[in-house]
Design a protein around this ligand. Structure first.
Ligand SMILES: [Fe+2]
Length: 475
């Protein structure tokens, strides 16, 4: 076929035009001959993102033999290493100023995240609203105080910043209306008038898309809610887990997100459901169980609300006397709840998850399904950039700096507490919620919860891929 008849073919003509429209200025004669003999090259050229301005036959040869162009990516190998990057170990006694400082630090940290948002242009301080004339599109950033719903489906909230406070009307049709909860910091777009701000959009601080740097790394196992000392402690499931981990040498780390023991006096008549009724006895038993894990596995653990630690979050690592039995284990690190750890370059946020109760109750869209799908609550914590936004629903220690602000966005967010297994992801962050070594309690049954005893998660840190594992089902 000669060149003229080749280009006159309708589809070829169109393809040649497409190639020239990609910035090609010249196709050399010998390159044209090559194309005529193999018209599939036209399709390859069209699909190329970077195309040279002059097409030579040498270049076409490279396309024909793509092996020369496509290099096997070299996947780096990361050496086993871990470190804690955010651990709570320093606090001051509370005084009347503490609460002010605490909320101020939260406001500053999260409002700064919002100020950078391009969708919150024309942001003014709340104190300036009274001087605004006419119906101008504005934004404000404030901490949510009162929330009230009207009979016609609107939500009326009070928000405040350092300059003042205002009433905001959130219309019924705004999808974020039911997501707004007390004490969180949000951005609002709308118009001001007669001392009221009429919102037409709600902007949560939210997280950016997270990228997973692929490399060859270790595998880790996520656990939580051992509840050692409870009559419902599933010793047989623990034994199966121990046999499994001691055989599966590819697992290098075990992360445990709190409720290691069942504790004492957690609720009325708890003593009747305890197998071990002293803190010392429970902690000794915990150490005995953890010792059964092979020594080359690194165990990282944090407290939960059942553990003998202070009952307000953040919880530091155990006090020295209580944590003494655990000191005998060389392969164990105890961190605060929450703690940010880094394993082979991957950041993992470990949080027991106590605030999930108040989140499931307060965030309307997740109220009915939150206990069955814990990832929904995890997602909203990330959106609000805070691990326990509602002050007072679960106890929070009012520090000078609010440690619970999610100022470091992790690759993995691990919680326990609701005893329910789930794997999900949000904006690239892997959401891991693990089961329990405690059988379903009467209390959970009464509440209609369906926990996941024995169900935990293995993650390959190379790419974040996960595998569910039910130790109760192993032989
Ligand atoms: Fe628990």
């Amino acid at each position: 076929m000669d060149l003229t008849s080749f280009v006159e073919d309708g589809s070829n003509k169109l393809k040649v035009q497409q190639i020239f429209s990609k910035g090609v200025r010249m196709i050399y004669q010998d390159a044209l001959d090559t194309i005529i003999s193999d018209s599939s090259l036209l399709d390859k050229l069209i699909l190329m993102e970077d195309i040279p301005s002059e097409i030579t036959s040498d270049f076409l040869k490279q396309i024909k033999t793509p092996k020369a162009l496509v290099q096997t990516p070299i996947i780096p190998e990361i050496k086993p290493a871990f470190k804690v990057i955010k651990n709570y170990d320093d606090w001051e006694p509370i005084n009347p100023q503490s609460f002010w400082n605490f909320f101020l630090s939260r406001y500053k940290a999260i409002s700064q995240m919002l100020w950078k948002r391009p969708n919150l242009k024309n942001t003014v301080s709340i104190g300036q609203l009274s001087r605004v004339k006419g119906r101008e599109d504005l934004s404000i950033i404030g901490m949510v105080r009162d929330i009230r719903d009207t009979n016609d489906g609107r939500r009326i909230i009070k928000v405040e910043d350092l300059s003042g406070s205002t009433t905001v009307i959130i219309p019924k049709n705004l999808p974020e209306r039911g997501e707004i909860i007390p004490d969180e910091i949000i951005g609002l777009k709308g118009q001001a008038g007669r001392g009221i701000f009429f919102a037409n959009a709600v902007v949560f601080p939210d997280i950016p898309q997270v990228h997973w740097p692929v490399a060859k790394r270790s595998k880790i196992l996520f656990l939580s809610d051992n509840h050692v000392g409870s009559k419902k402690y599933l010793e047989d499931v623990w034994d199966k887990f121990v046999s499994w981990i001691n055989e599966h040498k590819e697992i290098s780390y075990v992360l445990i997100a709190g409720d290691l023991v069942d504790g004492i006096g957690m609720y009325k008549n708890q003593d009747k459901s305890l197998e071990i009724d002293t803190i010392e006895g429970q902690m000794e038993a915990l150490a005995k169980y953890l010792k059964q894990i092979r020594k080359d596995v690194k165990i990282l653990l944090i407290s939960g609300n059942h553990d003998p630690n202070r009952d307000s979050e953040p919880q530091p690592a155990f006090p020295a006397d209580i944590g003494k039995p655990l000191k005998k284990l060389d392969n164990l690190e105890v961190y605060s709840n929450p703690a940010w750890v880094e394993i082979e370059g991957i950041t993992i946020l470990m949080y027991h998850g106590t605030s999930l109760d108040s989140m499931i109750d307060a965030v309307e869209p997740i109220r009915s399904e939150g206990y069955q799908k814990p990832f929904l609550g995890q997602k909203h914590l990330l959106k609000k950039r805070h691990l326990s936004p509602i002050f007072g629903r679960n106890k929070i220690f009012p520090d000078k700096h609010d440690f619970m602000v999610i100022n470091k966005v992790p690759h993995v967010f691990h919680t326990g507490h609701v005893h329910k297994f789930s794997i999900n992801s949000y904006r690239g962050v892997k959401l891991i919620s693990t089961g329990t070594f405690q059988d379903t309690t009467n209390f959970q049954e009464k509440l209609g919860h369906v926990p996941s005893p024995g169900k935990f998660i293995v993650m390959d840190l190379s790419d974040g891929s996960t595998e569910a594992i039910d130790f109760s089902k192993l032989q």
